[in-house]
Design a protein around this ligand. Structure first.
Ligand code: ASP
Length: 602
């Protein structure tokens, strides 16, 4: 029943035929995406990775092929030989690249049959897609979708371009191991038990951080890697437990050199989608980004900056504002252009949104024909008008106001800014707004355990001018000073998402010791975790720095998708399961024995 391929070869892909091939005899191979039977005429849409071509079986001119085509169902694999003909003007399909022509089949080989797929593979719009879990279980079928095929090819082109560029810039691609020891990125490790060392474990790299620094100590000078990384953290829409990053490190590097290198790289990669990125990218210090946009990854595709309302509220008796301002907090607002017509319901929804990010309440002012405001009773008309004016609001606008600790105000008002922009469609499509966020704080204070944590990782260098402060903080016991310490750390941000981050590293043993001490890590503890690295630092470490980019995030931007699974071939679910291969899975008791592992009763 099934035919052999024999020596038959494809002459064209299913996306190749145009008017120029009219009259030629061609052989195409692929999957039957759709079939329509009109008695003496049967039409197939034949699909391969390149596109779709319409094939016609005509009972009159190719009786045998027409009869055989009757047995063919969706997703059968066939080879067709026939003549390319121009379609009638009225039949031309502008939606597909081959839509001006079709193939009049003379012969068909049925190379393989197929079970009826558990879901329809090609759908007119993403609304028609089957549930994602079902598609992940049959990922090899979902991957036949032209959109996913295009994404994977785009990803390939982006990575190929990155490799070309890094090579031109004199970087060497170096592979670092996967079975290693805990790395310092701050997420949970995936671990692998050792058979040869009972009771010991490898950790999978959260990044190649220490290895790339060791490459610098080794004198390799310019390193990069398209590196696989593993982080066992609670997953969000744009995260996966294993992902790929472009990992870069260079010796004797200044931040300026790193910015220039990466801006050049981005300009090249975005050319792939026909976008000319303006370089150099704008820069904002962390303090500025958080102050003006409420976020360390601001979306610069629209304005709506946070406005400080404190000057208008000096001496206010209104308790929520007064107590915020007296205790080092803030009162800030954003202006919603044309927001005077915001409904009660919209305001309630926005308030709910702000609360999710920690805000206690949302105050508002609407400058409609009449002034209305949730603050009218508490502040009086004059103060409300002054506040709106300070925010820069005009007639017809609204001001949304939040008071509280600076962190809460930034987080909730920053989130509101994004939400209002989304609702009001203020975000222009196909616009790319990159920037550098610089001078990150060196440490983050955790209120829960009362400890300082590195904001980037503990190998990040402080700003040179902050070094004396650092010594006072650690050696002089003025721990509070740690809060103000800035790092030579930077993030690359685009359209509101962090796509990369890095830092100039510590190359001096004495500074590294201070950092561990600031983090409350004893010498012994530091040696236990990073002893090999601390030893290496003593053998002539050049000043160095680097950066890493999430390849998936980058390709998501290029492909215009918000789902990270759209740019990976075999992704996992939000609970880190692979539904297709059914992983994670149990292993044989014998394997457990070999690994000296017992499973505790659940
Ligand atoms: N290792 C860092 C990360 O993976 C990046 C870097 O500092 O280069 O986020």
């Amino acid at each position: 029943m099934l035919d052999n391929l024999g020596e038959l070869r494809r002459t064209h892909s299913c996306g190749a035929l145009r008017d120029e091939q009219v009259g030629q005899s061609v052989t195409l191979m692929g999957w039957v995406a759709r079939r329509r039977d009109f008695g003496p005429l049967t039409f197939f849409d034949l699909r391969d990775r390149d596109g779709i071509t319409q094939v016609v079986f005509n009972e009159e001119t190719a009786r045998e092929a027409h009869a055989k085509a009757k047995d063919v169902r969706g997703e059968y694999v066939i080879a067709v030989t026939g003549e390319v003909v121009r379609r009638d003007e009225s039949q031309r399909n502008a939606k597909i690249a081959t839509g001006g022509v079709e193939v009049q089949a003379r012969e068909i080989l049925i190379l393989n049959d197929a079970r009826t797929p558990p879901f329809q593979i090609e759908v007119a719009s993403s609304d028609g897609l089957a549930s994602e879990d079902l598609r992940l279980k049959y990922r090899y079928l979902d991957l036949r979708r032209p959109q996913l095929q295009a994404n994977l090819r785009l990803r390939h082109r982006a990575v190929a371009e990155i490799r070309r560029y890094m090579d031109e810039q004199g970087f060497t691609e170096i592979e670092t191991p996967i079975l290693i020891k805990s790395t310092p990125e701050g997420a949970r490790d995936y671990v692998v038990p050792s058979r040869t060392f009972p009771g010991k474990f490898y950790a999978l790299p959260q990044s190649p951080q220490l290895f790339k620094q060791l490459c610098m100590i080794a004198g390799l000078d310019k390193y990069y890697q398209i590196a696989h990384c593993f982080r066992d953290e609670d997953l969000r829409a744009d995260r996966q437990p294993e992902f790929t990053q472009l990992d870069v490190e260079m010796s004797f590097a200044t931040t300026e050199q790193i910015y220039t290198l990466i801006e050049g790289l981005f300009a090249r990669v975005f050319k792939l989608i026909g976008v000319e990125l303006q370089t150099p990218f704008p820069r904002l210090s962390y303090a500025e980004a958080v102050g003006r946009y409420g976020s360390d990854k601001p979306d610069l595709r629209f304005g709506m900056e946070l406005q400080d309302l404190a000057p208008a509220l000096e001496g206010t008796p209104f308790p929520p504002f007064a107590s915020a301002l007296e205790s080092g907090g803030q009162v800030k607002g954003i202006v919603v252009k044309g927001g005077a017509n915001l409904s009660r319901k919209s305001l309630d929804e926005l308030q709910e949104h702000a609360k999710r990010y920690g805000a206690g309440a949302l105050a508002w002012v609407k400058l409609g024909d009449e002034l209305s405001s949730s603050l009218l009773k508490a502040l009086g008309e004059d103060a409300v008008r002054r506040g709106a004016e300070t925010a820069g609001a005009g007639g017809g606008d609204a001001v949304l106001i939040i008071a509280g600790k600076p962190k809460t105000v930034a987080a909730s008002l920053g989130a509101l800014r994004n939400e209002v922009a989304r609702r009001d469609k203020l975000i222009p499509e196909k616009t790319y707004a990159p920037l550098w966020v610089t001078e990150f704080p060196m440490f983050e204070f955790n209120d829960e355990d009362g400890r300082y944590y590195p904001m980037h990782h503990p190998f990040t260098s402080p700003l040179d001018e902050d070094l004396p402060l650092f010594e006072r903080a650690v050696e002089g016991g003025e721990t509070e000073l740690l809060r103000g310490m800035r790092a030579k750390a930077y993030d690359a941000v685009m359209n509101g998402s962090e796509i990369g981050g890095g830092s100039i590293r510590i190359h001096r043993r004495d500074v590294q010791r201070l950092v561990f001490k600031a983090l409350g890590m004893t010498e012994e503890k530091a040696r236990e975790r990073f002893g090999f690295f601390l030893d290496a630092l003593e053998y002539g470490t050049p000043p160095h720095g680097g950066i890493a980019f999430g390849i998936e995030r980058l390709v998501m931007l290029l492909a215009g998708t918000e789902n990270i699974r759209d740019v990976m071939a075999f992704p996992k679910t939000a609970s880190a399961a692979d539904l297709m291969i059914d992983a994670p899975g149990a292993i044989d008791p014998q394997q457990l024995d070999e690994l000296h592992i017992g499973i505790a009763k659940q």
